[in-house]
Design a protein around this ligand. Structure first.
Ligand code: FAD
Ligand code: ZN
Length: 466
């Protein structure tokens, strides 16, 4: 039997797509990678995923798993060869169980993140993972990329929230590792091997995730700081005063906020003129009034200490949402401004002020007039440190001529401060060469042995990560 016939047998002919417009699966979200699949295959259950993997293994055909296709490093779309099977998990989208006493949710990998947040909220519970792509990205993709987002400061990234996995191996076996246990020291942690493996070690088909009680209130505040060091001082103060109530701490430079003002003029601009603006989010078990009072006393202390120059506390949920909208509009505003060179880096929080100063200076010395779109999850030491062409210059041309050199300047500074050149978005195909160049040879050798052990035929997402 031919592979296509075997795939049709496995998932039904209607779920093996080979014709028509397949760009929703073959082109990535940023429209940076265009691929051509042998077929787009859409299984509806774990058993069907296993049957697809068995058929592909028998035919020695490569498989690219895909969830919501919101990944930013070119890891979830096929190459141009027309020989890879695109395995979409979107039809595996059932919430299997919510265990209120155990505070866990078990769901299929293709569930959209927002649907899981809603399912938990309907039971008065919080599904703590949250990111701007939540309307499209899937649980499986979140785990395969170990996604972060805006709540990592309090809840950790996808890895920290995951208790168990169900995985289909490269050979088409099903590993049922779905467990709601918070304590289980029985040998190597296979779960953690698959989290962050970007589809190169196995197909995640379901997961058991931690939940938390829904907070009674969530409020935000904005603070104007004179320097990055002041933002870090404010973080220390906020942690000391709000403890686990501090659930978000986002830093935004003046230039990204100027871009938001230019391209989204109807959005609020509450602290104009600030060199750095911090968005703080607090979640409270008591209520809104208490949360606001705690914010006010924190910000008074920060004004007194001199790390904050001005501040506002949101007065309503809709004001809070408007402030978040400003933060979340930065990626769109910079896209309106033209192409730029994107970075997703992390360094220890304590090193952020020195890193920003040194890296800004190194870039401006080599490319005078270059503009820095610097914003991100300061509480996690993670910055989206993007480099925009000088005003008036052609962004696309700047990108094509200088991207590699700009990356080397930024990544060398990151290395100097013992940071990571990919904090959130992973490696995919975009950063594969960087990984080979910058990861220790010992680490690379161990990664290659794991890959060879689990996927000896190199069928799962070949050419990605390693
Ligand atoms: P896809 O894009 O479909 O796939 C991503 C990778 O995972 C690919 O390598 C794919 O092969 C693999 N994969 C997907 N599903 C499976 C599976 N079931 N089993 C095995 N491998 C699989 N990321 C962050 O970390 N933090 C952010 O704040 C953030 N914000 C974003 C905002 C926007 C607007 C966008 C577009 C993206 C953002 N991202 C962010 C990146 C992206 O959304 C996340 O990486 C997300 O977790 C990817 O999920 P997905 O379902 O879309 O995966
Ligand atoms: Zn981010």
């Amino acid at each position: 039997m031919s592979l296509l016939a075997a795939l049709r047998d496995a998932v039904g002919p209607a779920n093996v797509l080979t014709e028509g417009d397949l760009s929703a699966w073959e082109r990535d979200w940023r429209k940076r990678w265009n691929g051509q699949a042998l077929a787009v295959v859409r299984p509806g259950s774990t058993a069907e995923v296993a049957a697809v993997m068995k058929a592909c293994a028998a035919a020695r055909t490569a498989v690219v798993p895909q969830g919501g296709n919101t990944g930013l490093v070119g890891g979830g779309v096929p190459d141009m060869s027309g020989t890879q099977v695109l395995l979409s998990l979107q039809r595996c989208n059932r919430v299997r169980d919510i265990d209120e006493a155990n505070l866990t949710l078990t769901a299929d990998a293709g569930c959209v993140l927002q649907a899981l947040q809603d399912a938990a909220a309907a039971r008065g519970l919080l599904f703590p993972l949250s990111l701007a792509a939540e309307g499209s990205c899937t649980l499986g993709g979140n785990l395969a990329t170990n996604a972060g987002g805006t709540q990592v400061l309090r809840w950790g990234n996808a890895r920290d929230l995951c208790l168990g996995l169900e995985v289909v191996t490269a050979q088409g076996e099903v590993w049922d590792g779905l467990s709601g246990l918070r304590k289980d020291n029985t040998g190597y942690d296979l779960r953690d091997l698959f989290i962050g493996s970007e589809g190169t070690l196995g197909i995640i088909t379901a997961a058991t995730m931690k939940l938390a009680p829904l907070p009674a209130a969530t409020t935000t505040a904005l603070a104007a700081c004179g320097s990055v060091a002041d933002c870090v001082a404010l973080l220390k103060l906020a942690r000391a005063r709000l403890g686990a109530g501090l659930t978000g701490f986002e830093m935004m430079g003046a230039f990204p906020l100027e871009l938001v003002g230019r391209h989204f003029p109807t959005l609020p601009r509450p602290l104009p003129g600030a060199a750095w603006t911090v968005l703080l989010e607090q979640s409270d078990t008591e209520g809104e009034a208490q949360a606001r009072a705690r914010f006010e006393s924190l910000l008074e202390a920060a004004l007194e200490a001199g790390c904050v120059q001005d501040a506002v506390v949101a007065e309503s949920l809709s004001q809070s949402q408007a402030l978040w909208q400003v933060r979340e509009s930065i990626p769109l505003a910079q896209a309106e401004e033209g192409l730029n060179i994107k970075h997703d880096i992390s360094v220890p929080v304590s090193a952020i002020p020195a890193f920003v100063e040194a890296c800004d200076a190194a870039l401006k010395a080599r490319w005078p007039g270059v503009r820095l779109v610097n914003f991100g999850h300061l509480g996690d030491g993670n910055l989206h440190y993007n480099v925009q062409a000088p005003a008036g210059a052609d962004g696309a041309r700047f990108l094509s001529e200088h991207e590699h050199a700009v990356n080397q300047v930024v990544f060398d500074e990151v290395a100097r401060y013992k940071g990571s050149f990919s904090a959130e978005h992973g490696i995919g195909s975009l950063k594969r060469d960087e990984l080979a160049a910058r990861k220790s040879p010992v680490a690379l050798a161990m990664m290659r042995s794991i890959k060879a052990a689990l996927d000896p035929l190199n069928l799962l997402n070949p050419g990605r990560v390693l």
